[in-house]
Write a protein that binds this ligand. Structure first.
Ligand SMILES: Cc1cc2nc3c(=O)[nH]c(=O)nc-3n(C[C@H](O)[C@H](O)[C@H](O)COP(=O)(O)OP(=O)(O)OC[C@H]3O[C@@H](n4cnc5c(N)ncnc54)[C@H](O)[C@@H]3O)c2cc1C
Length: 531
């Protein structure tokens, strides 16, 4: 089999690369390991952090420039290599171009209202406008594709309000979030005759004289060699599902079951090893505190930000701002664990919290019997009993709750700054005017869950340059091989600049990879630098 471009993986990055490459006249084959397209993208809310996008001006928001966004990224970050610095500059100057590309592809975007960057207090941050998402779209997939997008059941089920929140596919007529982005890109890919092979894992790259010339895949039960005259783009995620790689690279303790990712198994790292590709950042992930229920990890973002709750370590001590962005919250759990045991930590809630806010898989106001019986969700009439049930220090817990309630009374968390930042406030309960994230924990019964430093995907990977070309240890690019998104080391290093940063990096890097393999990237960069 012969084609121009092989794209490995059919999430947002792979689909955008396929559409863009086809539009530039290439024949494209997408090979996708699972029986459905969409990857983790389809399970997200579809937020894309695209600084200096045209929508900001149209919405009457303050202007933005790539330089401001770059300043923000630089201010956030830990020291970065020259390669990452170059990629950051490329990301910030191309993000607005990709937003325009989506809009001119008739994929309608909207600004996510009032959502600030994660660190609004840092220079270069914006109060809103950089994070956009695809507008909800009518379900338009034909019979060949209905049900072949991850999580899509063709709109046959309707699980009610909470179900629809958890699964953007359950409204029969409408798609939203990451599902909308995936379906819009898929429609354009199919419409322009991109070829898809599903249930088709990449086994290895075909490498001849150090040049990547194609892929070896399993297709309909057979091993098939596909030659790619222009190149291969790895868009197949990181390694969150591989326990061995996790133990080798991530901080310990670590479990694959703590990940809410879709199960990327290190395919890109293995492919990179075939061509002596360099790797970096392998100890980093998009951390997110999770609870475990029935063996599965669930994010608790809404619950940990909401008032009437606090997080303590195993000594019963509070040690972090519970409302901070997920990646820094997860990282803090690991940092604290070096001195005091905080894996697991405990999210302590009072009954007002349980009644008003969702908690992982459990809707507000519910008392899930099986979870309570199994001890996944702990309920106790007083803090003594709660401490005992959780095996945490009783005096520590009671002392922390008393101190927390005093802070709550004043509406100011002078210990950890919960609710100080515009980010915290955005996700708090707007009914609490003084501090939407802070209120006392004193109404019986008390509730608790164990929290683990989970992730929504890994951040380390192959070293790529600002053209998304895979680099060897000596800094030279591997001819014929590009890697994007979680297959590559994150352009953001250990930082989480904003909601939608992961997905934005995915599509921007994919776009730049396609222009590069088409010989058109220099022209774009020259035009952007001249602006
Ligand atoms: C629960 C959750 C919430 C998230 N929320 C956000 C958010 O709000 N904003 C944000 O920016 N990011 C978010 N993320 C991260 C975001 O999903 C990713 O950054 C983004 O989807 C990456 O897109 P991608 O195309 O690179 O990967 P994916 O969408 O994961 O696609 C990768 C594809 O590669 C396929 N694949 C894997 N191995 C192989 C193989 N060997 N051969 C062939 N195919 C293979 C997979 O099956 C998959 O379909 C979230 C992630 C999760 C899990």
């Amino acid at each position: 089999m012969q084609t121009d471009v092989v794209v490995v993986g059919a999430g947002a990055a792979g689909l955008l690369a396929a559409v863009a490459a086809r539009r530039l006249g290439h024949d494209v084959l997408v090979v996708e390991r699972s029986g459905a397209v969409g990857g983790s993208t389809a399970t997200t809310d579809g937020a894309l952090w695209l600084p200096a996008n045209d929508l900001m001006g149209r919405a009457g928001l303050p202007s933005d420039t790539p330089a401001e966004a770059l300043g923000y990224l630089d201010a956030l970050a830990t020291p970065v290599s020259a390669v990452i610095a170059g990629r950051r500059a490329a990301f910030t100057r191309t993000a607005g171009v990709v937003a325009r590309w989506l809009v001119t592809s008739r994929i309608a975007l909207e600004v996510v209202k009032s959502l600030p960057d994660c660190r609004p207090e840092v220079e270069g941050a914006k109060a809103q406008g950089r994070t956009v998402r695809v507008r909800s779209v009518p379900r338009k997939l034909d019979d060949d594709w209905a049900g072949k997008v991850r999580g899509d059941d063709g709109g046959r089920t309707n699980q009610g309000f909470w179900g629809r929140l958890a699964n953007p596919f359950t409204n029969p007529g409408q798609l939203s979030g990451g599902a909308a982005l995936v379906c819009e890109l898929l429609l354009r890919a199919v419409g322009s005759e991109v070829e898809f092979w599903l249930d088709c894992p990449l086994n290895e790259l075909i490498v001849e004289g150090g040049v990547v010339t194609g892929v070896r895949v399993t297709h309909v039960g057979e091993q098939v060699d596909v030659r790619a005259s222009k190149g291969v783009i790895l868009a197949c995620g990181g390694f969150e599902a591989d326990q061995t790689l996790r133990e080798q690279h991530l901080p310990l303790p670590t479990e694959a079951s703590w990940s809410v990712g879709i199960g990327a198994d290190g395919t890109a790292l293995a492919a990179g090893a075939q061509v002596d590709a360099a790797t970096t950042g392998l100890a980093q992930a998009w951390w997110t505190p999770v609870l475990l229920s029935e063996g599965r990890a669930h994010q608790v973002d809404a619950a940990r930000v909401a008032p009437h709750s606090l997080i303590v370590d195993q000594a019963g001590d509070r040690y972090l701002n519970e409302a901070q962005p997920s990646t820094s919250a997860g990282r803090r759990m690991y940092e604290h664990n070096r001195g005091m045991r905080s894996v697991p930590s405990f999210l302590i809630m009072d009954d007002r919290h349980r009644k008003a806010y969702p908690l992982g898989p459990w809707a507000a106001g519910t008392s899930p019997k099986a979870a309570i019986e199994s001890g996944e969700l702990v309920r106790a009439t007083n803090l003594d009993d709660l401490a005992q049930a959780l095996s945490i220090d009783r005096a520590g817990l009671i002392g922390s709750v008393v101190a927390f309630n005093q802070l709550a009374k004043r509406g100011k968390d002078t210990d950890f700054g919960r609710g100080d930042s515009a980010w915290d406030k955005h996700f708090g309960d707007p009914r609490l005017r003084r501090n939407p994230c802070l209120a006392s924990v004193d109404r019986q019964p008390f509730w608790a869950v164990r929290l683990y430093p989970g992730d929504s995907g890994t951040k380390g990977g192959l070293v790529i340059d600002d053209r998304s070309r895979v680099l060897r240890g000596d800094g030279e690019p591997v001819t014929g091989l590009w890697a994007v998104s979680a297959s590559a080391a994150s352009v953001f290093g250990s930082a989480q600049p904003a909601q939608g940063a992961g997905l934005a990096a995915a599509v921007v890097e994919a776009y730049r990879a396609v222009l590069d393999l088409s010989g058109q990237l220099d022209e774009l960069d020259a035009a952007l630098k001249a602006d």
